[in-house]
Design a protein around this ligand. Structure first.
Ligand SMILES: Nc1nc(=O)c2c([nH]1)NC[C@@H]1CN(c3ccc(C(=O)N[C@@H](CCC(=O)O)C(=O)O)cc3)C=[N+]21
Length: 292
């Protein structure tokens, strides 16, 4: 094993600490306590776990959090009514609609109802559109993509001119990561399920971002020697030797890949913890924007 392991846990802990200090300083200066509202619809156990982690992280950072849990049968009107109330609520600086919503609800339409000043997940179409265009900057960048960029900036002295290959084109990861890499002056290739010869494309990458959602699909021989590999995948695979009956693996076959890569993120302990750290940072930013 030769690759440098990119320690997302350690980097995220540093960001938690920074946010915690800045929140304390705000409060000491008599400014408002940052507040995050989460909206969780339905009973997907993984979503409940993620939302609970976000509330815990807020609490540790001194950020208020307000959880709204709605039944799986919630109507679009009810969901959007709640969003409108939270848009008006002065205690709430950031609003997060946990994805995915149950079938039957129009996620894009719900997200378009968010006040863009409270869109700490960066999923409002205006914030995404600004990411894709020159002109006004997005107010918020989605947490997982922003976390990927922090990891790359911590690992590489420069992104400019590098060839980045993004595997996956989802709204929440692949597309925004590709746009951020373009903004950082990388040369970007976006690959997806219809790409011909995925391994050959991946092998051209100086920076390889895997966000496909298929356990250990990226093999060691897909990786250019010395490349920086960011694994966004979180896949549960059965493992009877574990207490929980499963273990988490990424989209990259870690052992093989770490023989070839220059640097690589582990799963867990890579991108995952960065997501929550960036959410705290965005919530603090939302509160700061509401000061003026
Ligand atoms: N509106 C919205 N915003 C999100 O930010 C959002 C979402 N919907 N839907 C689901 C995904 C998933 N997500 C994760 C957050 C933290 C970890 C995390 O901390 N993972 C740790 C530990 C994982 C574990 O041990 O279970 C790790 O990878 O090391 C992972 C995944 C946020 N998401």
């Amino acid at each position: 094993m030769s690759a440098q392991i990119i320690d997302g846990k350690a980097i995220s802990t540093r960001i938690h600490t920074e946010v915690t200090q800045q929140v304390a300083a705000r409060k000491a200066a008599g400014k408002s306590t940052p507040g995050l509202a989460t909206i969780l619809v339905g009973d997907d156990p993984a979503s409940h776990t993620y939302v609970n982690s976000k509330h815990r992280a807020c609490e540790e950072a001194g950020i208020n959090s307000f959880g709204f849990t709605l039944g799986a049968d919630t109507s679009q009107e009810r969901l959007e009514g709640l969003i409108r109330e939270l848009n008006q609520d002065e205690r709430v600086h950031g609003i997060l609609v946990q994805s995915p919503l149950p079938k039957g609800l129009d996620e894009q339409h719900a997200l378009s109802m968010l006040s863009i000043e409270k869109d700490v997940d960066g999923f409002h179409p205006v914030n995404i559109g600004r990411l894709a265009q020159k002109g006004p900057e997005p107010l918020f960048v989605s947490c997982t993509p922003a976390g990927v960029m922090v990891l790359l900036n911590e690992t590489l002295s420069s992104i400019e001119g590098k060839h980045a290959v993004v595997l996956g084109r989802s709204n929440i990861v692949g597309m925004p990561v590709a746009l951020l890499l373009v903004r950082a002056n990388a040369t970007v290739t976006i690959c997806h399920s219809r790409t011909q010869d995925l391994p050959a494309m991946a092998r051209q990458a100086d920076i390889l971002v895997a966000a496909i959602g298929r356990a250990e699909m990226v093999r060691g021989d897909w990786i250019k020697p010395g490349a920086t590999v960011i694994d966004v995948g979180i896949n549960h695979v059965e493992d009877s030797s574990r207490k929980k009956g499963y273990r988490l693996v990424g989209d990259v076959a870690f052992e093989e890949a770490s023989e070839v890569a220059g640097a690589i993120t582990p799963v867990p302990g890579g991108v995952g913890p960065m997501t929550i750290a960036m959410l705290l940072r965005n919530t603090l930013k939302a509160a700061e924007m509401s000061d003026s």
